[in-house]
Design a protein around this ligand. Structure first.
Ligand code: COA
Length: 381
């Protein structure tokens, strides 16, 4: 639904408005596909690791074995977090949402970066910062969670990989290979997605020649909302409210009759379904059944069928990932912060791309307010 005001086309929510050019990822909404730098995301999830995807996004090509080994070494040397960051996290009230913790952690982390004083136009320094930002994400999310639950942070274990390190820190013990692999796949799926709201917000921030950390913090603040990344948490809360497969049909009928938004369904770009959801749904259902949470898979079946039949809406990636993380016993509050762990790779790739060829992002607005009012002195109002 767009209107034309003067010579400017206007589209609410900037729907279908091209707001930049990029070589990082391509969404094909007709074919419901997603490619990172020309590679199908499902191929990357099936055959690659999250570390390879980070390399691809940040450096533009898939690494060979030597390059990947070197990159993993670099991540390993950047995975630890200064203890002062934990002191900051300890100072936050216990009710803090982990999205606010991770946003705060990145704020506090920025001045510890060895390249802090380099201008954001120094692309080589930006690339080093980007690796540090990605490497520390899981450590900060998991140890931030430990601190919030009154436990001490643990020493990261970089040899476990980014997914394995996160699960180790979260639970205080190594996760099994299947859980680690599944989390790694979801990190690949979450790593990048074009000009979504938070990536765009991140690009707006760095377009002022602000720094990568500020871009990431802007991105996290934008991702937090339930219309964006927060949907994975909200979708599971909704399924828990439904309670059982027997109640699912009546619940969704009532929700649609009362025009409720069904979290984890619909997408601005994909009107024929989100390929990432098609890809991960069977795994999510299999894991739910294996882990004794088969009712979640059954509730999902009812919601998916009804939403498609009645609203022609498909689940987005947050829907299956939500109940899959739940089935893996990951605390619900951590679902969106895990999304952050992955998406910081996309934010940094976009920030670098923006800074390599920067022009301040500053759109215009259609003013609709009053004009030329006479100023009335305070005493007469
Ligand atoms: C993602 C989302 C914000 C996209 O929004 P959008 O492109 O602006 O689409 P719209 O809100 O214009 O939706 C178009 C129509 O579908 C309906 N719709 C879209 N998503 C819906 C949902 N999840 N539940 C119920 N109805 C929905 C809208 O009410 C609207 O109906 P109408 O034309 O009768 O008013 C929206 O689908 C949504 O809020 N989904 C739930 C949150 C979510 O899962 N977010 C994660 C996205 S990855």
């Amino acid at each position: 639904m767009s209107a034309t005001v003067m010579e400017y086309p206007y589209s609410p929510g900037l729907e279908n408005v091209p707001a930049g050019k990029s070589t990082i990822s391509e969404i094909d909404s007709e074919r419901s596909s997603l490619q990172y730098r020309g590679y199908d995301v499902h191929d990357l999830a099936d055959h690659g690791s999250f570390e390879e995807v980070v390399y691809l996004l940040l450096l533009g090509a898939l690494p060979n074995k030597t390059q990947l080994d070197g990159f993993k070494k670099q991540i390993a040397s950047d995975i630890e977090v200064p203890t002062q960051i934990y002191d900051v996290l300890r100072a936050l009230p216990k009710r803090v949402h982990p999205m606010d913790s991770i946003r705060t952690a990145y704020s506090a982390l920025a001045p510890f970066d060895p390249d802090y004083d380099r201008p954001s136009t120094d692309i080589e320094a930006d690339k080093r910062k980007a690796v540090r930002i990605v490497a520390k994400a899981g450590t900060m999310v998991a140890n931030g969670w430990r601190i919030r639950s009154g436990r001490d942070p643990l020493q990261p274990r970089p040899e476990l990989g980014l997914a394995g390190n996160f699960l180790y820190l979260l639970n205080g013990k190594e996760a099994d290979a299947e859980t680690t692999r599944v989390l790694d796949k979801t990190l690949t799926l979450y790593a990048e997605h074009g000009f979504n709201a938070s990536t765009f917000a991140n690009r707006v921030t760095v377009s002022t020649l602000s720094d990568l950390y500020s871009g990431v913090i802007t991105g996290i603040g934008t991702l937090r909302g339930p219309l964006h990344g927060g949907a994975n948490e909200e979708a599971v809360r909704m399924m828990l409210e439904i309670g059982s497969p027997a109640k699912a049909q009546a619940w969704i009928d009532d929700a649609l009759a009362t025009k409720k938004k069904i979290m984890g369904f619909g997408h601005r770009e994909y009107k024929k379904g989100d390929s990432r959801a098609f890809y991960i749904s069977p795994t999510a259902k299999e894991i739910a059944r294996k882990k004794g949470k088969g009712e979640m898979a059954e509730i999902a079946d009812v919601l998916e069928k009804t939403m498609l039949d009645r609203k022609n809406l498909y689940p987005n990636v947050d829907f299956p990932i939500g109940y899959m993380y739940y089935s893996l016993d990951i605390p619900i509050d951590l679902f969106t912060p895990i999304f952050v762990m992955a998406r910081v790779a996309g934010y940094c790739a976009h920030a670098i791309e923006q800074l390599e060829n920067n022009r301040l992002i500053r759109p215009t607005v259609i003013y609709e307010g009053a004009r030329n009012l006479p100023y009335v002195p305070l005493s007469s109002r």
